[in-house]
Structures are given as C-alpha cells and as structure tokens.
Design a protein around this ligand. Sequence first.
Ligand SMILES: C[S@@+](CC[C@H](N)C(=O)[O-])C[C@H]1O[C@@H](n2cnc3c(N)ncnc32)[C@H](O)[C@@H]1O
Length: 272
Amino acid sequence: MNYRHAFHAGNFADLVKHAALLRLLAALGPAPLTVIDTHAGRGLYDLAGPEARKSGEAETGVVRLMATKDAPAAFGPLTRAVAALNAGGAVRRYPGSPWLIAEHLPPQGRYLACELRKEEHDALKSALKGRANVETLCADGYEAAVQRCRPRGRVLLLIDPPFEKPDDYGRIVETLAGARARNREVQALVWLPLKDLETFDAFLRHLEDAVEAPMVAAEARMRPLTDPMKMNGCALVLVNGPDLTSDLEDICGWVAEALGQGGGARVYPLSS
Ligand SMILES: C[S@@+](CC[C@H](N)C(=O)[O-])C[C@H]1O[C@@H](n2cnc3c(N)ncnc32)[C@H](O)[C@@H]1O
C-alpha cells in the first residue's frame, strides 16, 4: 500500500468526484441517510505540504477552479466548501470526501468513514473529531460496506479506491452486489481512473452483469487515451441515484475543457 492521496488532493479527478458528490448529497435532500465511505483517506489535505508541492496537481486543479469566474453552477457547493475551509483566502487546505460528507450530512444522517492505512486513519480521526453521528474505522472498506450496510433505509456508498491492485475493479462490483443484496435502496457513487478503454469497458460490462439497478457513467477525458500508462482522465458511475445528468455533463465538460488537453466528456446510461 504505497498510495498517498496527499500527492493528488485537489487535482482534476478530485474536482469531478467532489463536485458530483456534493450535488448528489443536495439532490438526496434532508431525509435520514447513512453514508459509507469505503476509502476515506485523511479527511483534510495541506496543499502547502511537501506532497502537494511536489506533485503540483492542486495547482492545475482546485487552484485553477477557484481562480475562474465562469465555472458551471454545479461547482458551487464545492467552491463554497473550499472557500469556507480557507476562510476566503488563498487555497492552502483542501477538503477530502470525509470533510465534505460530514459538513453536508442531513440532520439525522450517519457517516461511516473507512480507511485501511493506520497513519491516514489517525489523521482522519483527528480531522473528524467531535462530530456527532460520524464514525471512523481502520479497516477494509469493501468488507465494512457490506457488513455495516443497514437492511432498511437509505444508504449511500462512496467507493473511491486507489487502484493499486488489479482486484479493485472486481471488489467494487462484489461490494455493490453484496450491499444491494442486503438493501435494495442502496445508492452508490464510484470513482474510477481512465487509462485505457479496455479496462474501463470490461469493468462496466462486469457491473452491468452483476448489479441490477439504474446506472449512469460519466467520463472526463483529459487527453486522447493513447498512453495506457497515464491517468488520461477519470470516470464516475452513479448507481440507483437521482437524475444528475445535467450536473455531470457540466462538471465533466468543464474539467475536460478547462483543465485538459484535447479530451472531452460523456455521460450515458448503462444497461443492467
Ligand atoms: C483515493 S484515496 C481516498 C480519497 C478520499 N475518498 C477523498 O475523496 O478525499 C484512497 C484511500 O484508500 C485507502 N485504502 C486502500 N485500500 C483500502 C481498503 N481496502 N479499505 C479502506 N481504505 C483503503 C488508501 O490508504 C487511501 O487513503
């Protein structure tokens, strides 16, 4: 386990994931909801720290977003969260999914944040300290999502693995199928890297075969997918969610066009 999200916090892929996540939470409204974040990370990121400065990814991501005047309205909740965290000043801190979820949880909502790596979990615990209805777990998030999925009521899974291991694709599908077998109301937002199309297409076919639910895929391609060794973009799959087509088109379209180099965006339904 070498992956450290501190190198990538606030990059184009975080903008896609976090802008969509906040639009989704808004669309789900104030009714009670349990959110399980299978791969939570440390919760808050220091963009002035050595990792972020070394990669420079936030500079070409959130720093550009915050400087632009013409980003689509779908970015509003995210830009407001980033501005609030930085007291309206220069962007030095970036909120991870745990911070964003904890801040936007409905009044009777519950949040379970899973992180396997001990140092990251320690930081996560401290970032979320003192919040009501929030629990952190230093454990495998795929297993926890199925075991802790309530049999009734609304449950949202955020599945955002590091994709260090080839079995992440298969484990996402198993987790979704397992959680939905326990509770048909389960909804999910899954983040995936776009490197080559074969891997992504194979994942979508497997998902369509194994999970029976309305699903939508959204792609933000940052450049043509000619080099499979590079992260050429990212994708989201929304499972059993509300209709966010227009938001997803705006979010992926702006990221691909404003931050990419000749890519493009696409939002389309999957068949299950
Ligand atoms: C992409 S980062 C998560 C970023 C976070 N979701 C966000 O948006 O701010 C992936 C995290 O998953 C952790 N991780 C890796 N394998 C895991 C597993 N099986 N269960 C839980 N966490 C895991 C890594 O240590 C890393 O912190």
